[in-house]
Design a binder for this molecule. Structure first.
Ligand code: HEC
Ligand code: HEC
Ligand code: HEC
Length: 489
């Protein structure tokens, strides 16, 4: 156990002795912030190796994605996050002493990141993924702190107050939520005998990478049903709509999950956002563009190995087998009786082709694509209505786009073509999208829950009122994807 870890367990009184217990470099850093009103970053350059390591940890945690407003200054906060009870805004985490976190000690910083408690003692909304960050190591927290104090330019920009009115604006229920549902911070310890590479992958996925925040279904109070594989089949089993995008299962299911993906596929997808058989879009486009494309080869490999090492889950829908009948019918122009097929041929075939296949690394296939056959059609309806841009990455610099069809097709036509692709080429999803659903997606609302979400509170349920909910229907992280406005590393 490291010194910081002991302190946290030992309670607040021991924390006062922290400065003495830490190494000279960090103690100097603390003095810089505690004794002077000037921003710490201006005092000295800090330990440059530690700062560089912290910059990398910030990439692992994707801090920039949430803490930067659309076209805003990096880490200065202000990104609007809509919730069913009102909007909240991410905060300024630059080292500006007045409006940012320049006066945070390492201890204050640690409390915010791993326990979700602000310097003034108030609890944070769990939109800040501190339940995952609670697993981060002391070393990574120290490096992050060094980076935010010495590597990030200070920006003076006051935080925006949440647009939530009293009594829902009270923060004490958040503390209660945290106590009930967020894991107490404790050092990440892989099961004994775990391959060190797989253990590193587990640390990345469940800790800084917070993949479960989107990919794990949530329980009745919106807590993630499980923060690691001890939760059984729920863990990373696919989440509810966030921003009207659904994060599919990362488990071994061959139809709904990653069962047909290899380790190399995963590495390439996370690094470049594109594969012969898939393309990142929606929330994942942000994750790739701002975070995973910067992960080291070793860390991507560890993540892939860990995901592939997760225990098998029961196959929800059998196996996927390609069915050539659709392509034959479309090639022969025999589309009568196939609702939506004509729209597909006119609007979609040029890129996604009659065989629902792919143009490698350009246009993703629709045949056998887990996103297309998801039980809840919100995501697929959303991308057809609103379009998408493949995130340009260092590994795949072209920003290939999927057009938005909401001005070209009416709601019924979008429903028809989506139902067509959900049931063609061997895809066996229900053709359950209605024109009414499309109208909802157009209006920014998610389609009613279909799976794994039925036990979630509704807006009017008691829990929903008293326990502010992290993520879920009605939440919006960004009005448009902000991939592409990131400052180059
Ligand atoms: C998914 C979005 C998201 C990510 C990712 C995220 N944060 Fe946050 N963070 C927030 C939000 C929203 C708040 C404000 C919550 C509130 O007001 O209760 C916040 C609050 C904070 C605070 C408290 C700030 C204050 O003004 O007191 C700190 C410090 C912080 N985040 C640091 C980080 C760091 C470092 C990372 C990366 C390791 C990170 N955050 C990643 C959303 C995020
Ligand atoms: C902000 C929410 C969010 C976070 C955080 C997130 N994802 Fe995703 N992910 C999505 C969405 C939405 C999709 C579906 C769109 C797509 O396929 O790109 C997705 C898709 C994927 C896919 C492709 C699955 C398929 O069947 O097409 C993989 C692999 C993946 N994510 C891995 C990860 C990993 C690993 C992490 C953590 C480092 C992560 N994701 C974090 C939202 C998220
Ligand atoms: C100009 C070429 C083009 C046309 C025309 C086109 N798409 Fe796409 N489509 C793309 C690209 C590029 C992506 C990847 C977008 C991204 O990653 O943001 C994509 C992604 C998709 C996806 C998400 C699959 C995944 O794994 O990323 C679906 C579903 C989809 N398109 C359906 C359709 C339908 C239905 C039509 C016709 C109504 C259509 N597309 C027309 C280029 C096109």
């Amino acid at each position: 156990m490291t010194s910081l870890e002991q302190k946290r367990r030992g309670g607040e009184t021991m924390i006062k002795g922290l400065k003495a217990a830490l190494g000279a470099a960090v103690a100097g850093l603390l003095a810089g912030t505690a004794l002077s009103a000037a921003p710490a970053y201006a005092q000295d350059a800090g330990d440059s190796d530690l700062v560089a390591k912290g910059a990398y940890v910030a990439r692992l945690g994707d801090c920039v994605a949430c803490h930067t407003d659309l076209h805003g200054k990096a880490f200065a906060g202000g990104l609007q996050i809509k919730t069913p009870i009102g909007a909240i805004y991410s905060t300024n985490i630059t080292p500006d002493p007045k409006t940012g976190i320049g006066n945070y000690t390492l201890e204050d910083f640690d409390k915010a990141i791993r326990r979700g408690v602000r310097k003034d003692g108030a609890s944070l909304y769990p939109a800040m993924p501190y339940p995952s960050f609670s697993r981060m190591s002391d070393d990574d927290i120290k490096a992050l702190y060094a980076y935010f104090m010495h590597g990030v330019p200070a920006v003076e920009q006051p935080d925006k107050p949440a647009d939530i009115s009293w009594p829902l604006s009270m923060r004490w229920p958040l503390a209660l939520w945290g106590k009930m549902f967020a894991p107490a911070p404790q050092a990440f310890t892989p099961a004994s005998g775990t391959d060190p590479v797989v253990a590193r992958g587990e640390y990345l996925v469940t800790g800084p990478g917070h993949c479960g925040a989107c990919h794990t279904p949530r329980g009745f109070s919106m807590q993630e049903k499980s923060y690691d594989a001890t939760g059984g089949a729920d863990f990373l089993a696919g989440g509810a709509p966030i921003d009207n995008w659904i994060a599919p299962s990362l488990r071994s299911d061959p139809v709904m999950g990653l069962g047909r993906w290899s380790e190399d596929d995963l590495v390439m997808f996370l690094r470049s956002g594109r594969l012969d058989h898939s393309a990142a879009f929606g929330g994942m486009a942000d994750v790739v563009a701002w975070s995973t494309q910067y992960w080291s080869e070793d860390d991507l490999r560890a993540t892939a190995k860990y995901l592939k090492s997760l225990p098998e889950v029961p196959k929800a829908k059998g196996d996927y087998t390609y069915d050539p009948a659709t392509a034959q019918a479309l090639d022969a122009g025999k589309t009568s009786g196939m609702t939506g097929a004509d729209i597909y041929v006119q609007q979609c075939s040029i890129c996604h082709r009659n065989d629902g296949g792919a143009v490698d690394r350009m246009f993703p296939p629709l045949a056998g694509n887990p996103v297309v056959v998801s039980d809840n059609p919100t995501s697929v309806a959303h991308i057809v209505a609103a379009g998408g841009v493949l995130p340009p990455t260092n590994w795949g610099p072209s920003a290939v786009a999927m057009p938005a069809y909401q001005k070209v097709l009416n709601d019924q036509q979008i429903a028809d073509v989506v139902n067509f692709i959900r049931t063609s080429w061997g895809n066996k999803a229900p053709a359950n999208l209605t024109a009414g659903d499309v109208a909802k997606v157009r209006g920014g609302q998610a389609i009613a829950n279909v799976r794994g979400w039925n036990d979630a509170p509704t807006k009017d349920s008691t829990w929903g009122v008293f326990i502010p909910q992290p993520y879920g229907p009605g939440w919006t992280f960004s009005p448009a994807t902000h991939a592409g406005v990131d400052n180059p590393q």
